[in-house]
Design a protein around this ligand. Structure first.
Ligand SMILES: Cc1cc2nc3c(=O)[nH]c(=O)nc-3n(C[C@H](O)[C@H](O)[C@H](O)COP(=O)(O)O)c2cc1C
Length: 335
């Protein structure tokens, strides 16, 4: 079995799940993570193996690290598989769910759900050219009717998919709105021979409990819920929210690792949205978010963190303020 029962996975998140991001997630309790999605066309023509998107660390090589391919051109998929074969991954996932226009316009990602025959041709190509165990990540194809999604799953499983991750929203819903638990459950019940990983709308411990109860899936993938909240992994497994010191140390360590990987200028541009996510929903004053938007030096982050103290009463994203048990929490990401 490619995944044990009862695990939590960090989703592939384009523009986010680089090595520093995953290292933050591991410190928060994550054990199974994906790199950012890689596009078959850019991979096919990339040179060398210094592709930053695919940078992994020793811990990952010794434990688990997956990557994800997106594409719809058979020739480019072949070449991309050849290129990926030079790297070391636990598995390769195929993306059938990305709704972003620049991907869908090329017939890739979620667009493959509208052309199941071609989707299966792409997946079959990967089975022939990739040396890795293969999985697929998809969306539900219809809001109410499970049959189209089941048909796609059937084809993928027949071709050898060793696990399926199902995001319980259609492509029209992008990343927000209600998640259809029932279709995820039907997929799990139809394909008991492989792990079916439930995804969508898990932003809290309670959300995860409901996802597991309603879908019957013991494996759950976290995405937006873990953005700026890597402690969600350990909280779901019964651990505590971060202390303020731990929160500060996490932000600082995460951004320092980005500076080492990308150089300060490029890292700090990318860091702005990351710091925003860490600040979100924890009761910090709005002025800190403005400071985060203007970050251009690592030293400016040190100043921001020195001033960071949650001010408001909060409801979900808790920070433990003192050892004596006084806590505060905040509204989660607005979705
Ligand atoms: C910024 C962002 C980037 C994403 N990038 C990817 C990606 O590269 N590959 C993928 O399969 N899904 C991607 N997703 C979708 C997530 O993996 C996940 O399926 C989706 O956000 C639903 O889960 P959630 O409601 O828990 O966030 C992305 C989502 C977001 C918000």
């Amino acid at each position: 079995m490619i995944y044990p029962e009862n695990i939590l996975l960090l989703a592939p998140l384009s523009g986010f799940t680089d090595l520093p991001y995953r290292e933050a997630a591991y410190r928060g309790g994550c054990r199974y993570a994906f790199t950012e999605m890689v596009d078959a066309a850019s991979l096919a023509y990339a040179s060398g193996n210094g592709i930053k998107l695919l940078c992994c660390n020793e811990f990952e090589h010794d434990n688990f690290i997956a990557t994800q391919l997106v594409g719809s051109d058979i020739e480019l998929i072949k070449r991309a598989c050849d290129k990926l074969n030079e790297f070391d991954f636990s598995l390769l996932d195929f993306n059938l769910g990305c709704p972003v226009p620049k991907v869908v316009k090329k017939g890739a990602g979620a667009a493959l759900g509208r052309n199941v025959e071609h989707a299966l041709k792409c997946f079959e190509t990967i089975t022939r050219y990739s040396r890795f165990p293969l999985t697929a990540k998809m969306r539900i194809l219809h809001q109410h009717d499970p049959e189209p999604t089941l048909e796609l799953c059937r084809g993928l499983v027949e071709l050898g998919a060793q696990a399926l991750t199902v995001h319980g929203r259609t492509m029209e819903h992008f990343y927000t709105g209600e998640v259809n638990f029932s279709i995820i459950r039907q997929i799990r019940e139809t394909f008991p021979q492989i792990p079916v990983i439930a995804n969508g709308g898990v932003y809290s411990v309670e959300d995860c409990r409901i996802m597991r109860r309603e879908t019957g899936c013991t494996r759950v993938m976290l995405a937006q819920g873990a953005m700026g909240n890597p402690w969600l992994f350990r909280e779901i497994e019964g651990g505590q929210p971060p202390t303020l010191e731990e929160w500060k140390d996490m932000v600082s360590t995460h951004i320092s690792a980005m500076v080492r990987l990308y150089g300060e200028e490029s890292a700090m541009r990318r860091a702005r949205k990351i710091v925003h996510d860490y600040l979100r929903g924890r009761g910090f004053p709005a002025a800190l978010r403005n400071e985060a938007s203007a970050l251009s030096r690592e030293s400016e982050l040190d100043i921001l963190l020195a001033h960071a103290f949650p001010a408001a009463e909060v409801t979900t994203r808790r920070i433990v303020i003192s050892e004596s048990g006084s806590t505060s929490s905040l509204p989660s990401r607005s979705n």
